[in-house]
Design a protein around this ligand. Sequence first.
Ligand code: 13P
Length: 248
Amino acid sequence: MRKPIIAGNWKMNNTASAGVALVNELKPLVENANCDVAVCVPAIDIPAVAEALKGSNIALGAQNVHFEAKGAFTGEISADMLKEYGVKYVIIGHSERRQYFGETDETVNKRTLAALDAGLVPIVCIGESLEERETGKTEDVLAKQIREGLKGIDDVSKIVIAYEPIWAIGTGKTATAEQANETIAFIRKTCGEVFCPKCAEKVRIQYGGSMNAKNCKELMAMPEIDGGLIGGASLKAPDFATIVNYDK
Ligand code: 13P
């Protein structure tokens, strides 16, 4: 049985003080959650938010990690730097990083292996563009992202995969629950072929893309969907709490 995981991706929102205020509002609203809960915050918010989350059931996540342990990589952050503050999860290969910051399956792979090595749980994002979906390329695109981005992982169930169709991110256009379920089933099947069927059964695969307080129940009712990676709706405590409490 896979335990669902609902994670907020704040993206480039919330100063440290605003982030602390948000998690302080959130804590009591999600304290009885039946799923794993996390907030993935801007790097500079990490120390303050880590302090505010102490003793709560909300885990801390980052939005990127460098693949080298240290050195001359101006502007980058290492896994050890994240770990010192108790960071548990790290988003890797978000489509915004692929689109705007030159992230490739190769760098996704290096970051994922480095994060695993350091004991972080990577949340690896994959997903197709609208054009790729409309021209029937979705499965090829996802299979390539899995084969190349996750190459060399010994046990795929140690990571979380976020299926985020690019056309659904921040657009208000959600994949239908059936579409998301079907695509995630394909991702799981591919993981079974690339890794092992048992690991594929265990790996948690989230849906991300305009998931909100209104559509979360329908999406979470799908058997293949093991959680959500939430952008916009994670910035308001009541909305995010409604998603976390989807089963209540
Ligand atoms: P939205 O929920 O704002 O569409 O963002 C989804 C996302 O990109 C989460 O990583």
